[in-house]
Design a protein around this ligand. Sequence first.
Ligand SMILES: NC(=O)c1ccc[n+]([C@@H]2O[C@H](COP(=O)([O-])OP(=O)(O)OC[C@H]3O[C@@H](n4cnc5c(N)ncnc54)[C@H](OP(=O)(O)O)[C@@H]3O)[C@@H](O)[C@H]2O)c1
Length: 133
Amino acid sequence: MQRTIVRVVCAVGRSGQLGLDGRLPWEGNRGREFVDDVARFFEITRGHVLMAGPRTIASVPDFARLDRELFVLRSSMEPEEILRRFPGRVVFIGGGPPVWTAYARFVSHWDITRLPYDGPADRWFDPNWLVRG
Ligand SMILES: NC(=O)c1ccc[n+]([C@@H]2O[C@H](COP(=O)([O-])OP(=O)(O)OC[C@H]3O[C@@H](n4cnc5c(N)ncnc54)[C@H](OP(=O)(O)O)[C@@H]3O)[C@@H](O)[C@H]2O)c1
């Protein structure tokens, strides 16, 4: 059986900020690099499977729900079993942090954009994900 290709595309602030109040910490910032980063995320994941926790999936805008396959991950699910359901497909693990902790060992490619954001956050990137497994 063909294997599943597991990837991540994410963006962090200068100190590893990932999220704030259920949104991106820099949401609403119309600066070029912030707008381009969101566009790039949807460009790269187009046509593929995007799986993430319920809060992250809920934040996917309507325009992006048609041209990618969204899959809500729950803590009761077994990662190997879920990934086996998508042989030969590219699967993007979209977070949040507990999801990356559980799926990091399967990830073959991390695509991380570091944005010029220095403000607060309540979700943080954990560099241990990169060396897990
Ligand atoms: N900067 C970025 O690139 C980026 C990317 C993604 C998200 N974010 C930000 O992160 C925040 C959302 O993340 P979040 O963690 O709060 O919520 P989330 O996306 O809902 O992810 C966490 C939830 O995933 C579920 N889950 C699925 N598999 C799991 C497993 N094996 N172990 C543990 N939990 C598992 C759990 O829900 P149940 O217990 O209900 O099953 C858990 O509460 C938002 O602020 C969002 O903007 C940022």
